[in-house]
Ligand binder design. Structure first.
Ligand code: DAH
Length: 344
């Protein structure tokens, strides 16, 4: 009987001394396992006189129960301790300085592109896209610029082969869209994108730059519609109160053709260094789609008419943000690009 109490006391001590869940598991095996001390007591019962067996058996059962309960209690304690220490270890010091996250900023040209897109989407225009590696057919032929036309000189071209080139203007996309429409009106879209010309790069020229083309074709479309549309755009892009004026010009794909000036947003038309004293700044080329261009693309030029324009995005960005060298857009100097995060 004393032996049972000894084993029980020993087990309880071992349980109290166990400092980890693993140590506790070892104690469990040592006392309650199949080859453990308490099982061994059960085996000893065989050698006892018959009358002592029940009392001994009962004592061993009580011992087993006491040890099992003590084990469970200690296990709960150790679990709790493990949780507390894990919470200590994993504590986050929110007062520590974090790592800086270096986020990029939207490129100023993309900002202008998005601004123009938002503006025209608001007026119900669609946005069209087209390839930068273009066929001579769309860049020149359909735009009423045949092989020997002097206007080809105006757009010194990067040729890939005699019929393939890097598009020199977004007007190539205008021609693709006209062809796609197969004479069906109305058409109302803009096509922004990169264009390429064989220019020597300097402060105002770049061999690669961006344009946005606009095209509207339908019944009774007039030069007045073009003027109203461009005036609206000028006011949105350069601030309320802008006026625009048309000067006669020449483009093979429009008739009549105009060069469009906006009243100088810096001096309000009074004359300053930006507008070179004239009060006006040239911002784009435009015109009424040439009847021959409409006919070549399957439109009846007696029944419908259209206007088109092409605006250079670098020029707009340079005016808007006071940038004096076009090369800034393309050299990826992050000090320059970072300046635009406040406009983002
Ligand atoms: N394609 C012309 C250029 O790159 C710009 C232009 C002028 C586009 C008149 C047009 C337009 O759509 O009607 O210089």
């Amino acid at each position: 009987m004393d032996k049972v109490l000894d084993v029980q006391a020993e087990a309880l001590q071992a349980i109290a001394d166990a400092e980890s869940l693993q140590a506790l598991q070892d104690v469990r095996i040592q006392y309650l396992g199949r080859k453990g001390s308490i099982q061994a007591l059960m085996s000893e019962m065989k050698s006892l006189p018959k009358e002592e067996k029940p009392a001994f058996g009962q004592k061993v059962n009580v011992c087993k129960q006491v040890v099992t309960e003590a084990l469970e209690k200690r296990q709960a304690e150790l679990n709790e301790l493990a949780l507390v220490s894990r919470m200590e270890e994993e504590k986050i010091d929110i007062t520590l300085r974090g790592n800086d996250l270096h986020l990029g900023t939207t490129h100023p040209l993309i900002m202008i592109q998005q601004e123009i897109e938002d503006l025209f989407i608001g007026m119900g225009y669609k946005i069209a896209e087209g390839p930068e590696v273009e066929q001579d057919f769309y860049n020149f032929e359909l735009a009423n610029i045949p092989k020997d036309h002097p206007a080809r000189d105006m757009q010194d071209t990067f040729y890939i082969d005699p019929n393939t080139l890097l598009r020199t203007h977004t007007t190539a996309m205008q021609m693709r869209e006209l062809e796609k429409a197969k004479g069906k009106t109305p058409i109302k879209l803009i096509c922004p994108g990169k264009v390429y010309r064989r220019d020597d790069d300097d402060a105002t020229h770049s061999h690669q730059f961006m344009q946005c083309e606009g095209l509207v074709v339908g019944e009774h479309i007039t030069l007045g519609d073009l003027k109203g549309t461009l005036e609206f755009m000028a006011n949105k892009m350069f601030g309320e109160g802008r006026k625009i004026r048309f000067r006669p010009s020449y483009f093979p794909f429009t008739e009549p053709s105009v060069e469009v000036d906006v009243s100088c947003p810096f001096c309000n038309g009074k004359g300053c260094s930006v507008c070179k004293g004239s009060g006006w700044i040239e911002i784009l080329g435009a015109g009424m789609v040439h009847p021959h261009v409409l006919e070549m693309n399957g439109f009846d030029s007696e029944k419908c008419s259209g206007f088109a324009f092409g605006i250079g995005l670098e020029r707009v960005a340079m005016l808007k943000y006071g940038i004096d060298d076009i090369r800034n857009f393309y050299i990826n100097d992050t000090r320059f690009l970072k300046m635009f995060d406040r406009f983002d």
